[in-house]
Design a protein. Structure first.
Length: 319
């Protein structure tokens, strides 16, 4: 079980963990290279560039070429980490991700920086809320959404050691530590942060800390919440979700993404096929989000502790 989340707990930019981990990996493996789209600064790769100038390739604002170059490097025996803002990496280069990375099964690591609504004030053109739905539909691609710095580091290390294409969301929105000490990332495995018998909250990425707060609020009302952090959207922990559907009275999902096709879609598809149960999905509805800070937008759409608590109450008939 995690410690309570509060305003006093330190907040972290997961890009710091990603950048430090990549430098450490590169020191021990000369095959590791970075490919960026004029995003050295926003990817926090200045330190990598300083230490390994010959191993960073900047293709400029050309995301399709960036993924293609990464695929070529992988074909030549390198381990490329292709890093760009998630909104541009996935939307502009979706065909290359599908064909060059997944269909070709090249050993390429796609790092979606500042995903979700991190660029909140820049509006829908810079929001990356569709990426989980798009990428989940592509065969042979692992999709990882870390919740905090510890899980980000673990996911990057796993991706470097894994042979095959991987997409990792790396958040810039400040988050507290939520994963327990000694945590080890395992693809396809949900993490039980809190056990409970009344209702399940399944959350991924930046909003896991909000789910922790929701579980604490629910406990104060006598509602027993099972809290699952879901770091991999694909492969998916079907067993954990089926068990939650069987052993609790419903599931609430939370994600910094559209509710169409992401974590909520995966949970709904799973329970329909294996163990029918009520599901409430919290995220961005089928619309373009307004402008505003990332935290304001999440609150606006009820992807918050209070929003999740209300969804739990509704499932239990206490609304």
């Amino acid at each position: 079980m995690t410690a309570p989340v509060s305003a006093e707990r330190p907040l972290h930019d997961c890009r710091d963990a990603w950048a430090a981990t990549l430098v450490d990996l590169a020191r021990h493996d000369p095959r590791i290279v970075a490919v960026v789209n004029d995003s050295v600064g926003s990817s926090k790769l200045v330190g990598f560039q300083d230490e390994f100038p010959e191993r960073l390739i900047n293709v400029g604002i050309a995301e399709q070429d960036m993924v293609g170059v990464g695929a070529g490097l992988a074909n030549g025996g390198k381990i490329p980490f292709v890093s760009a803002a998630a909104c541009f990496l996935t939307a502009r280069a979706l065909e290359q991700i599908k064909v060059d990375a997944a269909y070709s099964q090249y050993n390429i690591k796609l790092i979606g920086q500042s995903p979700g609504m991190a660029y909140g004030e820049l509006g829908p053109t810079h929001h990356s809320i569709e990426d989980l739905a798009w990428l989940r539909a592509i065969p042979g691609l692992t999709v990882v959404v870390p919740a905090d710095p510890r899980e980000t580091e673990q996911a990057i290390r796993w991706a470097a050691a894994h042979t095959g294409p991987v997409f990792v969301r790396v958040s810039r929105m400040p988050v507290p530590d939520v994963m327990p000490a000694g945590y080890e990332f395992e693809p396809g495995r949900a993490v039980l942060l809190r056990d409970g018998t009344d209702v399940t909250i399944a959350a991924t990425g930046t909003v896991v800390s909000r789910a922790v707060e929701a579980a604490e609020l629910a406990a104060a009302e006598g509602i027993s919440v099972r809290l699952l952090a879901v770091p991999t959207i694909k492969p998916f922990d079907t067993e954990a979700i089926v068990r939650a559907a069987r052993e609790t009275r419903g599931i609430v999902t939370m994600e910094e993404a559209t509710v169409v096709g992401g974590l909520g879609g995966a949970v709904a598809e799973t329970v329909v096929r294996h163990q029918p149960a009520p599901v409430r999905t919290l995220g961005v509805p089928d619309e373009f989000a307004p402008t505003g800070s990332a935290s304001w937008l999440l609150d606006h759409y009820g992807v918050s502790a209070s929003g999740a608590l209300e969804a739990c109450r509704e499932l239990l008939g206490r609304a």
